[in-house]
Design a protein around this ligand. Structure first.
Ligand SMILES: [Zn+2]
Length: 311
């Protein structure tokens, strides 16, 4: 069984302006790294489809998704841009990019649950984990991972899925959507205090939130994962594992002040693959979130994919 790599050129066209860290070159850096290292031969490449509003509305309110779609369609027609918050700028290409990013996560879920792939990585942007049920924020428009998790639960009928978020920022949007949904266990660590300054007090009993101090390094993060995430995941026994894969806790990333390196992302991925093999027939869908130092991002995605693909 193979590892599928979902992406689409539409995700590259979304552009929030010169100097914005969430830039199209992030996807280029990942694609270039796969070619340069030969890792591409171990992956099956697929184009992301557009998500439907029905799929998106499993995680977002209908009012929000319709209003955002209208806004983004207007921008596409008029060729203009609009700031939805100071850091989240919609442009004419944003609608299709956001629909492809969520669509990748849904299609990857279908592939893995149909047995067409062991696991999948969605190399997409915009990211999703700050998008709440009713609000775009923090570079995010639709919550790709939450849309996919609800697809697995509501369409495929799974009873329990885990969402793991190792981005340096708290996945407040995902928490907003799935807190109280006992079919989902969300485990995360995040630098605290740091944008969006939430997470220290979990919003639901299905959240394992681990705030960590700035300058925390990999050894301490690994110990925390062993102590906090892994026992909770063993008890929960997820039937599928979703990953909000942000790589901005890397020591070379300027948007956070944590000290992870590639070996830490490799170790974390191995733990998640191990959980998935014990409980979930190995089924994992991983979606790109943050990661803004292009070199560190590409190398970290590389080790993440190497573990997922078993090469
Ligand atoms: Zn982040």
């Amino acid at each position: 069984m193979n590892t599928v790599f979902y992406s689409h050129s539409d995700c590259r066209a979304h552009d929030m302006g010169a100097g914005h860290p969430e830039c199209p070159q992030r996807l280029d850096a990942i694609a270039d790294h796969l070619l340069a290292t030969g890792l591409d031969v171990a992956l099956t490449f697929k184009d992301a489809p557009l998500a439907t509003l029905e799929q998106i509305d499993r995680a977002h309110s209908t009012g929000y998704s319709l209003a955002l779609q209208d806004t983004l369609q207007q921008l596409a027609l008029t060729g203009s841009t609009k700031a939805l918050d100071p850091d989240t700028i919609a442009c004419p290409a944003t609608l299709n990019a956001a629909l492809r990013a969520a669509g990748a996560a849904v299609a990857a879920t279908d592939d893995v649950l149909a047995g067409r792939a062991q696991n999948a990585f969605c190399s997409v942007r915009p990211p999703g984990h700050h998008a709440t049920r009713d609000q775009a924020m923090g570079f995010c428009f639709f919550n790709n991972v939450a849309v996919a998790a609800r697809h697995a639960l509501d369409v495929h009928g799974l009873a329990r899925v885990a969402i793991i978020d190792f981005d340096v920022h708290h996945g407040n949007g995902t928490e907003d959507i799935i807190a109280g949904d006992e079919r989902v266990l969300m485990c995360s660590f995040f630098q605290h205090p740091l944008y969006p300054y939430s997470g220290a007090v979990p919003k639901g009993t299905n959240m394992v939130n681990v705030p960590v101090a700035p300058y925390t390094r990999g050894a301490a993060v690994r110990a925390t994962i062993e102590e906090m995430w892994l026992p909770a995941l063993e008890r929960f026994a997820p039937q599928m594992v979703f990953i909000s894969a942000g790589f901005d806790a890397h020591r070379e990333d300027d948007l956070g002040q944590m000290g992870l390196v590639e070996a830490d992302y490799e170790w974390i991925t191995r733990q998640l693959v191990s959980v998935a093999h014990r409980h979930a027939q190995g089924r994992i869908v991983s979606c790109l979130e943050g990661g803004y130092n292009l070199g560190a991002l590409a190398r970290s995605v590389g080790v993440h994919l190497r573990v997922l693909a078993g090469v």
